[in-house]
Design a protein around this ligand. Structure first.
Ligand code: SLL
Length: 140
C-alpha cells in the first residue's frame, strides 16, 4: 500500500479597481487548486487534473496537465467544483473529490480577513497500484 497526502481548496478575494474582469457582474477573483500537502510537486504520479466548474462558465471543463494544478477565474457565485485526478498509469482509475468554492465569509466578524480560504487535507491511498503508478510512487 502507498499513500500520498494532498491538499485541495480555494482562495478568493474581492475584485478591485485595478483588476480587469470579463463581466461587470463578477465581484470576486478566485483560484481552485490541488497540491501536495507539504507544497511538494505531485506531477511524478499525477498526470493531469480536471476541474469541472459551474455551467455558467463558457468553458466549464478545465484540464491542467502540468503543475501548478490550479484554475484562476473571476465570478459572482459559489458552487461545487469536481476535481478529478488522473494518474501516470492510464489503467489506474481516476479519483474525484469535491470542493465547494467559497467566496464569502461565513460570519460577520469585523476582524475578518480580506480573503477567504477553504482547504481540505486528504490522503490518497493506493491499496494495489498498477505497475507504472507503483514505480512512480516508490522512485520518488
Ligand atoms: C447555483 N450557486 O448553484 C449558483 C451558481 C454560478 C457562479 C453560481 C460566473 C460565471 C460567468 C459565476 O460566478 N457563476 O459569468 O462566467 O445556482
Amino acid at each position: 500500500m502507498q499513500s500520498r497526502p494532498i491538499v485541495y481548496g480555494s482562495f478568493a478575494s474581492l475584485v478591485t479597481k485595478n483588476d480587469t474582469v470579463s463581466d461587470p457582474n463578477h465581484t470576486h477573483k478566485w483560484k481552485v487548486y490541488l497540491k501536495g500537502a507539504d507544497g511538494e510537486d505531485i506531477s511524478y504520479f499525477i498526470e493531469k487534473v480536471v476541474f469541472k466548474l459551474h455551467e455558467s462558465f463558457a468553458v466549464p471543463i478545465r484540464e491542467i496537465k502540468s503543475p501548478p494544478f490550479q484554475v484562476s477565474e473571476t465570478g459572482w457565485g459559489e458552487f461545487n467544483i469536481a476535481i478529478t485526478m488522473h494518474f501516470v498509469d492510464p489503467n489506474e482509475p481516476p479519483i474525484t473529490v469535491n470542493h465547494m468554492l467559497q467566496l464569502y465569509h461565513k460570519d460577520d466578524n469585523p476582524l475578518q480577513k480580506k480573503y477567504v480560504v477553504s482547504e481540505h487535507f486528504d490522503e490518497l491511498v493506493f491499496t494495489s497500484p498498477n505497475n507504472d503508478l507503483y514505480d512512480a510512487l516508490v522512485s520518488n
